[in-house]
Design a protein around this ligand. Sequence first.
Ligand SMILES: [Zn+2]
Length: 301
Amino acid sequence: MRIVLLGAPGSGKGTQAQRMVERYGIPQISTGDLLRAEVAKGTPLGVQAKAAMDAGQLVPDELVLAMIRNRLAQPDARKGFILDGFPRNLSQAEALDRMLEEMGSPLDVALLIDVDFEVLMQRLTGRRTCESCGRVYNIYTNPPKFDERCDACGGALRQRADDNEETISNRLRVYEAQTAPLIDYYRNQGRLRTVQGVGEIEDIFRAITAILDPIAEAEKEAAEAPPAAEAAPADAGAAAREETAAPEAAPAKKKPAARKKPTARKKAASKKKAAAKKKATAKKKPAAKKKAAARKKARRR
Ligand SMILES: [Zn+2]
């Protein structure tokens, strides 16, 4: 399952990403971490990136993409990834798509954790950090028991210098200006899925799994399917005949994902189910096709 994770600073996407890693067994690839690691290790890419940063320039997209490509080649990313921190703008998104298509592993979902500007402001300006142990609080959403004192060690709580209102407001506006076109881009592709990042962490995660579980399931199914023979074109007549012979509903996930209008969908469903069932038993669908169908199906919701 290949995911781009989108969310403003303070959206809670880090917390949600951790849970996604646990549930789906795919790595979170943060381009910030990736960059730091390459620089620290002094790899050729890291050296080039450091030169750019030392010169006060942004690290060129091609460098970041090359790092991502290397990272994706590692065994733990074979089942997919959660990409975090990249792309940040439209041209990066296009470049990423080109690279992934080239690698034969296009994105499944761009998952946006959406939070209102005002809520983000409160979350970010309310942040306080313990000077002694580094524990993080929020005076609005997660206050210490005693004012300005750490519950764990009694240390003094401080606001980071760059957590003031003006800096944060600027940071958020820049983020919004850059990502708005990105969000449109993924929406136009039909890949954008949005969850509201407000409320309990558990509830937000449940909304995420409602989107991702069907994709993960379909992938698992496709992986378990025996090597696929070339499927012959479906015979609509045979499918219709089979409908009477086998009225038992096939499992919902076997349903092919043709795009239908809601009214037409219901009518077509039983016919399709029968066709799908026949296909499933008679001639296994190629794995890739199945996966694409599941992806379409997931997007439609
Ligand atoms: Zn402390």
